[in-house]
Design a protein around this ligand. Structure first.
Ligand code: GGG
Length: 359
């Protein structure tokens, strides 16, 4: 009997549709190799153009529409002319929160065939994972603005951190380290400057760490940690960070992987009670949108992470192997110094998954 996995696709803006199309092709190739599964895609046009037409990024009942799906694939959100806080808070953030996708998992790994902008770093030297808290913290819509347009204008932004929010994300990071045989979990902090929430973050991190005596753990100030990502990435294993700090660290992570176009992210509901959402770290890249040259690897790597969330045996690793083989073969988009199109990179990865491409 063929199992059906229902996937809601929100290609979104800019290069989003171009890279999501390649992710769908890769999933179809995986289904062909597997033989007992099929992926049913339903595309939703929710995006900044939808906003310009309808006044909202997605319909009022969008979250109810998404709820029965097994997973969500998101391309990119944001377009000039629509303020970024409107596009993010109208689509991405409500989905993350409503579906309790409280872990944003972001691997930082230098793949075979890639050259890092960091001198003398080889694949194997860069292989760590950032567990970003994805439901609270600095991403908050509590606050306000008064005396607008006057010299007395004031904006207040309330960051909020809950014990439950910090604990469940930190525990996920330690469990991940244990499951993957990693040795250390670093908590990214800023408790020297942020006097209430970050010392609280540190306390909860230390409490959780006590339950994992077999793992090393330490808190590192996020500014120093940002420098370590550049100067000593080989020393990093698992990092757990607040929403904003995790976002910043993983853009640097994308850069040291050779391009932000390489970097994947999974918004996970670890309990599996709601669909998880898979998106590349990069945004809509208006400068190259529609030219067919966007790097699809960040999005295709999210397919590997999606498969990891189900029971697919070796197939997730086969997807990453195919990506690496294609990079080794020099089939690369312009952001990686190559001349291949988005479609050609997708073709090459699909061919290798299907056993048609050379090593
Ligand atoms: N690929 C998803 C996307 O377009 N993200 C844009 C973005 O700015 N995300 C911010 C965030 O992840 O917090």
């Amino acid at each position: 009997m063929t199992e059906s996995i229902r996937i809601a696709c929100i290609p979104g803006d800019g290069v989003g549709p171009e890279v999501v199309a390649q992710a769908q092709r890769v999933l179809e190739a995986v289904a062909e190799v597997h033989g007992g599964v099929k992926f049913d895609f339903v595309d939703f046009p929710w995006s900044c153009s939808y906003y310009l037409e309808h006044g909202t990024m997605m319909p009022e009942d969008a979250l109810e529409i998404l709820a029965p799906f097994d997973a969500i694939i998101l391309g990119a959100v944001g377009w000039p002319g629509v303020p970024d806080h409107v596009s993010l808070w109208g689509l991405l953030i409500p989905i993350r929160r409503h579906f309790q996708q409280y872990v944003n998992l972001r691997p930082v790994k230098l793949l075979r065939g890639m050259r890092s902008p960091l001198r003398d770093r080889e694949p194997g030297d860069i292989d760590f994972v950032v567990v970003r808290e994805n439901s609270e913290g600095e991403y908050s819509d509590m606050g306000g603005r008064i005396h607008s347009g006057t010299p007395h204008e004031v904006a207040v932004q309330v960051n909020y951190f809950s014990r439950m929010g910090i604990e469940r994300t930190t525990r996920y990071a330690f469990e991940l380290a244990k499951a993957e045989g990693r040795s250390e979990v670093i908590g990214a902090t800023k408790s020297n400057g942020i006097v209430y929430s970050m010392p609280f973050w540190d306390d909860v991190f230390n409490e959780v760490a006590e339950d994992y005596p077999q793992l090393k753990s330490r808190l590192v100030l996020a500014d120093a940690l940002a420098a370590f990502v550049v100067t000593q990435p080989h020393t990093l294993d698992v990092i757990v960070a607040s929403n904003l700090l995790g976002d910043l660290l993983t853009d640097i992570g994308g850069a040291i992987m050779g391009s932000i176009g390489m970097a994947p992210a999974a918004n996970l509901n670890p309990e599996g009670e709601h669909p998880s959402m898979f998106e590349p770290v990069h945004g809509s890249a208006p400068d190259i949108a529609g030219k067919g040259v966007a790097n699809p690897i960040g999005q295709i790597w999210t397919v590997k992470m999606l498969l990891d969330a189900f029971d697919f045996g070796d197939l997730p690793d086969a997807v990453l192997d195919a990506i690496e083989d294609v990079l080794v073969a020099g089939i690369k988009t312009p952001d990686l110094g190559g001349r291949a199109t988005t479609q050609e990179v997708g073709d090459a990865i699909v061919d290798r998954i299907l056993g048609r491409g050379g090593r």
